[in-house]
Design a protein around this ligand. Structure first.
Ligand code: SF4
Ligand code: SF4
Length: 72
């Protein structure tokens, strides 16, 4: 069975890799495995799986991530 997904290309998720310090908290808190660590930086690997819950934003120590819940 196909996983339930939200609409494609509507998430407001933005990652600023320059601000990322590689703590990997976003990969731990995201319920949809949107992020992966590569070379000590977070990368968005499944953008369309983001349901804008905001957990990554709340846990990122450097405000490298932003999301605007309710827009998409
Ligand atoms: S807002 Fe939620 S679903 Fe989207 S990337 Fe962050 S933790 Fe994952
Ligand atoms: S929580 Fe923020 S600083 Fe930590 S890995 Fe994710 S984007 Fe980088």
């Amino acid at each position: 069975m196909k996983n339930i997904r939200y609409l494609d290309d509507v998430s407001t998720l933005v990652l600023n890799e320059e601000k990322c310090i590689g703590c990997s908290l976003c990969t731990e808190v995201c319920p949809h495995a949107v992020f992966e660590m590569r070379q000590n930086k977070a990368h968005i690997v499944d953008f369309n799986a983001c349901m804008e819950c905001g957990a990554c934003v709340s846990n990122c120590p450097t405000e490298a991530i932003s999301v605007n819940p309710g827009v998409g």
